[in-house]
Write a protein that binds this ligand. Structure first.
Ligand SMILES: *[C@@H]1O[C@H](CO)[C@@H](O)[C@H](O)[C@H]1NC(C)=O
Ligand SMILES: *[C@@H]1O[C@H](CO)[C@@H](O)[C@H](O)[C@H]1NC(C)=O
Ligand SMILES: *[C@@H]1O[C@H](CO)[C@@H](O)[C@H](O)[C@H]1NC(C)=O
Ligand SMILES: *[C@@H]1O[C@H](CO)[C@@H](O)[C@H](O)[C@H]1NC(C)=O
Ligand SMILES: *[C@@H]1O[C@H](CO)[C@@H](O)[C@H](O)[C@H]1NC(C)=O
Length: 206
């Protein structure tokens, strides 16, 4: 719920900032944009942030809308990375729940899908815990917080990876399973990116 609201707010801000209406644009004073148009400057922020991730294009594609708010702030980028992963994880979980009584898949696939549901529930729990810590970062507890985040996000990533492993030997021809595998792979990549952005935060400090 909350993450949708944040995303919506950020998207609205971005649309406002990128508005083609010159009178709207000129009322905003981007002090650090004196020699550059807004878009290239802001795309540099997201590219810089995503440079530490393994799936850079996916990172830029999914996080560019946070760029005006996050700029070069590592803690905001880590939060954005986790928020986007949560949204995607919930989407997969909804799909997995829909397949519960599907007759279109074989027995082994059904078991793999059922395992995935449990793994994704666990993953989502770890992601929510991570987001809540990222929302209350504190210089005095920073080391402990970073260590917790690394633990939870690694666990979330492992869960999503394990889910995919479950399909390895099923050689599925089912279009449902193929679709879930494709989406779950992307979700795992988002999670990997979120972990990398959090490692960058640990490195940069508050
Ligand atoms: C914009 O910021 C600059 C400082 O870089 C300042 O000199 C200028 O007066 C500001 N303009 C407006 C409209 O606030
Ligand atoms: C990304 O990081 C590499 C080194 O790891 C560096 O050479 C490159 O310039 C960076 N790119 C950007 C856009 O920051
Ligand atoms: C972020 O950018 C500002 C200038 O725009 C700079 O003063 C600050 O040091 C930068 N912070 C980091 C963590 O790079
Ligand atoms: C980055 O953003 C957080 C809030 O998310 C803020 O507390 C922190 O001071 C910011 N860091 C910098 C260097 O601006
Ligand atoms: C799946 O089937 C069981 C009974 O076999 C039923 O209780 C459950 O509501 C069904 N779930 C869905 C999502 O259709």
């Amino acid at each position: 719920m909350n993450s949708y609201l944040i995303m919506f707010t950020l998207l609205s801000l971005l649309l406002l900032a990128l508005s083609p209406n010159p009178s709207l644009a000129s009322t905003r004073n981007y002090t650090d944009d004196t020699n550059a148009s807004i878009v290239p400057r802001y795309s540099r922020y997201v590219k810089d942030a995503c440079n530490v991730t393994r799936y850079k294009q996916l990172c830029v594609r999914t996080l560019w809308s946070f760029t005006i708010v996050a700029k070069n702030n590592s803690s905001k980028w880590a939060r954005a990375g986790v928020a986007v992963t949560i949204t995607d994880t919930k989407r997969i979980l909804r799909l997995l729940l829909k397949t519960r009584n599907s007759s279109a898949v074989g027995k082994r696939e059904r078991i793999a899908l059922s395992d995935c549901r449990e793994l994704y529930v666990d993953s989502l729990g770890n992601l929510y815990q991570s987001l809540s810590v990222l929302r209350k970062l504190d210089a005095d507890q920073f080391q402990q917080q970073m260590s917790d985040l690394a633990t939870w996000l690694s666990a979330a990533l492992t869960d999503e990876d394990t889910c995919l492993d479950g399909f390895e030997e099923t050689m599925s021809k089912s279009s449902t399973v193929r679709m879930i595998k494709r989406k779950a792979t992307r979700c795992m990549h988002l999670c990997s990116n979120a972990l990398a952005l959090t490692n960058k935060l640990a490195y940069d400090g508050l």
